[in-house]
Design a protein around this ligand. Structure first.
Ligand code: XMP
Length: 329
């Protein structure tokens, strides 16, 4: 067990030495705990020679851009450029149904935007940024390049994660990975010392490809994204109100590309079906479905059908991992 105060002090020293007194550093913030803590740490070491970018890919949760930009600017005073690339991403995803293809498109678009950001910055500064911060954790390192004989070598081929690697190959940026030897709970502790708000540190993990892997099939179908955001927000808010948020590893809604028959008021409807997923887990590698009380589920389902136009049926995912994965795509 390491002391996080010591880790912080040591990391700041190492980063100061590594970056020196002139070089500039860039960082992509995802809105998640890891990149936020990594950036905050680097900011503490080198100040505004850190330049962050946050990309709204149009696949974020309800009010996500406002919420995370608020934390970055108000609470952490990080220098962040927010790029709204919704149209760029959604036009590329139109008609795409294969989950891996979605991931690849999203990864590629992200790199284009990041590249542009780095080039603009170079023009502005008159010098190339030399370093890139990544919020890679110890488990990411293991999962991406498993030690030989660890028996985990299959895991990284199941889905293409793009946390590790996947950045422009010709960019020639040196990596700063201050969390590379830490586990999630240690990163949270470090974040606390760095004054990252407690509520932010406890946020559930959220996949890089965002809601694209939670709208099954074409992400641009009808108003799927809008419906999903509303349903997800009701579900998460209900979980918070019930005091259950911190007991759950991840909870979210999934938009299903089917319609079912319902009766609302005295009208027959033919509307969308949404699924609710909540799991407990230690590390995301295995997971158990979370068993809500009957009354909680009943209230949530009613609330969703009453307030989200176009939804008349709510189902719950009662599979663990394995055999299922946590996400549906
Ligand atoms: P699965 O669905 O593989 O998810 O059981 C395990 C954990 O990883 C997250 N996840 C992703 N994160 N890019 C990410 O950054 C991805 O493509 C991706 N796919 C899944 C998932 O939310 C869960 O926490």
């Amino acid at each position: 067990d390491w002391n996080m105060e010591d880790v912080l002090e040591e990391e700041i020293k190492v980063i100061k030495e590594l970056v020196g007194s002139e070089d500039h550093v860039i960082c992509a913030l995802s809105g998640g705990v890891d990149s936020t803590v990594a950036a905050t740490l680097v900011h503490k070491a080198i100040g505004d020679r850190l330049h962050c970018i946050f990309v709204d890919n149009g696949l974020l949760r309800f009010k996500e851009q406002d919420r995370v930009m608020g934390t970055f600017e108000r609470d952490l005073h990080l220098p962040v450029t927010c790029v709204d690339a919704t149209e760029q991403f959604l036009s590329k995803l139109k008609g795409v149904v294969d989950p891996e293809t979605k991931r690849k498109i999203i990864g590629k678009e992200f790199i284009c935007i990041f590249d542009e950001f780095a080039q603009d910055l170079e023009k502005k500064l008159g010098t190339k940024p030399a370093f890139l911060v990544q919020g890679t954790l110890y488990p990411d390192v293991i999962e991406s390049c498993p030690p030989p004989g660890s028996g985990r070598s299959h895991s990284h081929t199941i889905k293409s994660h793009h946390n590790v690697g996947g950045l422009p190959k010709d960019m020639k940026l040196k990596l700063i990975e201050p969390l590379k030897l830490l586990f999630k709970d240690e990163v949270r502790e470090l974040g606390k010392i760095l004054n990252v708000p407690e509520g932010f540190l406890k946020r559930h993990p959220f996949p890089g490809p965002g809601l694209a892997v939670r709208v099954l099939g074409d992400v641009t179908q009808g108003n799927a994204l809008d419906i999903l955001r509303q349903v997800d927000e009701i579900f998460i808010q209900s979980i918070k109100d019930a005091g259950l948020y911190d007991s759950i590893w991840q909870a979210f809604a999934v938009f299903l590309p089917i319609r079912s028959v319902g009766v609302q008021g005295d009208q027959r409807t033919h509307s969308h079906v949404v699924a609710l997923r909540a799991v407990t887990s230690q590390d995301g590698m295995t997971a158990d479905w979370y068993n809500f009380e009957h009354k909680f589920l009943d209230d949530v389902a009613r609330k969703i059908c009453n307030s989200v136009r176009g939804v008349n049926r709510v189902v719950q995912d009662i599979t663990s991992k394995p055999p299922s994965t946590i996400e549906w795509e």
